[in-house]
Design a protein around this ligand. Structure first.
Ligand SMILES: Cc1cc2nc3c(=O)[nH]c(=O)nc-3n(C[C@H](O)[C@H](O)[C@H](O)COP(=O)(O)O)c2cc1C
Length: 217
């Protein structure tokens, strides 16, 4: 697939087919993700892949924690965001909210609960980083994540990054035996698309360059 096409067409899927993903295909996605750049080529990412019955056990645990904690899906701001960011959020998800209205679900429940079960994708990939690294190195995991999403798309798979699970870092680490010294940064749901669901036709727009680029020349 041409890179341009992968970049234009990749999007997050929140409904998955039950078709399993071959382990070798997951390996290829991760190998390509590992081609991402990182500061001094330290490659700070550490990856845990969960699939099959183990994923079922983990999602049941996360759903229990979700019901107890009810973590809302927020853009992770430490103070009120400028209006244009809030507007993007509202506008981006408006079509999804309309689709959900018909299914009698709210956006918060759909995203909050859906994220905790990785939208029933057959594979969940956890990206972790040793706490010895400074937060600046999150950038390297961001690059890894971007490569991973595009590599998966190129291989005919679909994905959804799931940052919300960071709120359940303790549960995930205990379940997957990840030491306290590692932080669970983000997960990715991975699988095949279920194009029969109207929810799979939801896509987010992007702002135009003029609204976020300044030039000096
Ligand atoms: C760091 C990060 C965290 C995200 N966390 C979640 C999440 O917890 N749940 C979810 O459903 N989507 C999550 N997403 C997906 C975004 O909502 C999605 O990328 C955004 O709306 C743009 O849509 P697109 O991926 O379809 O282009 C996350 C994306 C990123 C980059």
């Amino acid at each position: 697939m041409e890179l341009k096409i992968a970049i234009e067409n990749r999007k997050s899927y929140r409904v998955y087919s039950s078709r399993p993903v071959e382990k070798n295909l997951v390996k290829e996605v991760l190998r390509r993700a590992g081609r991402a750049p990182s500061a001094l080529n330290v490659q700070p990412w550490e990856v845990t892949v969960v699939m099959g019955e183990e994923l079922g056990r983990l999602t049941r645990r996360l759903l229990r924690a979700y019901r107890e904690r009810s973590v809302a899906c927020t853009p992770g701001a430490v103070r009120p965001l400028p209006e244009r960011f809030q507007e993007r959020r509202r506008e981006s998800f408006r079509p999804l909210v309309e689709l959900l209205d018909r299914e009698r679900s709210t956006l918060d429940t759909f995203i909050g609960e859906g994220s905790c079960r990785f939208y029933d994708a057959p594979v969940a990939i956890f990206l972790c980083m040793d706490r010895a690294f400074s937060k600046d190195r999150y950038l390297c995991l961001g690059a890894f994540l971007g490569y991973l999403l595009l590599a998966a798309h190129d291989l005919g798979l679909v994905t959804c990054p799931v940052g919300l699970i960071a709120a359940y870092d303790d549960q995930i680490r205990e379940h997957l035996n990840i030491p306290e010294a590692k932080k669970v940064i983000i997960a990715v749901a991975l699988g095949y698309a279920d194009e029969s669901s109207p929810l799979s036709h939801f896509a987010t727009p992007r702002d135009s360059l003029e609204n976020y680029v300044r030039w000096f020349m």
